[in-house]
Design a protein around this ligand. Structure first.
Ligand code: MN
Length: 201
């Protein structure tokens, strides 16, 4: 069965950009709920309990239809939050590094233009969801948003960066100001981690 992953930093470590109370609730309540609901969905299907959450959501076609939506929503919820939280760091912020920096320059015309397009995609996305920098099959970077807890993994693309657009990710500090929450997310984003996602198959 799945258990809630640990965070590699304290709840107050990302202050003032992400406030401790929102982060704690986000991890111990919202993310825990997705873990619990994923376990409930898989209760009668022990053969799927052995897979990683990433494996579960990458190939949803093999999931029995009666639990497929629950696995999509809650498995996606667990996988997306695990990636999201692990890409944040008290030492984050700054600019892209390494091969990813070069690819962002080549694709978007520089980091500032990338940041503008990414933020515009985030603020333009209707309702809850996620905004991503993904890599497609042809090795091309793209900015995309997904509804609910869908992941680029479900569409044969590889996530490089992800920012949570659900209000629960920023409600106590930023309230309705999604754009401000994305600006603060960039201030704690670990670009070394993004570089590893980009370079590792
Ligand atoms: Mn969330």
């Amino acid at each position: 069965m799945f258990t809630l992953f640990k965070l590699p930093y304290a709840y107050n470590a990302l202050e003032p950009h992400i406030d401790a109370r929102t982060l704690e609730i986000h991890h111990t309540k919202h993310t825990q709920t997705y873990v619990d609901k994923l376990n409930a969905a898989l209760e009668k299907y022990p053969q799927f309990q052995r897979l990683s959450v990433k494996e579960l959501i990458t190939d949803l076609e093999r999931i029995p239809s009666e639990i497929r939506t629950a696995v999509r929503n809650n498995g996606g919820g667990v996988a997306n939050h695990e990636l999201f939280f692990h890409m944040l760091s008290p030492n984050g912020g700054g600019s892209p590094v390494g091969k990813l920096a070069a690819a962002i320059d080549a694709t978007f015309g520089g980091f500032e233009k990338f940041q503008q397009q990414f933020t515009a995609a985030a603020t333009g996305h209707f309702a809850s969801g996620w905004v991503w920098l993904s890599l497609d099959n042809a090795g091309k970077l793209l900015i995309e948003t997904t509804p609910g807890h869908d992941s680029p993994l479900m569409f044969d693309r590889k996530p490089i960066l992800v920012c949570d657009l659900w209000e629960h990710a920023y409600y106590l500090k930023h309230q309705w100001r999604r754009g401000d929450s994305v600006a603060d997310w960039f201030r704690v984003l670990d670009w070394q981690h993004a570089e590893r996602n980009f370079c590792n198959p």
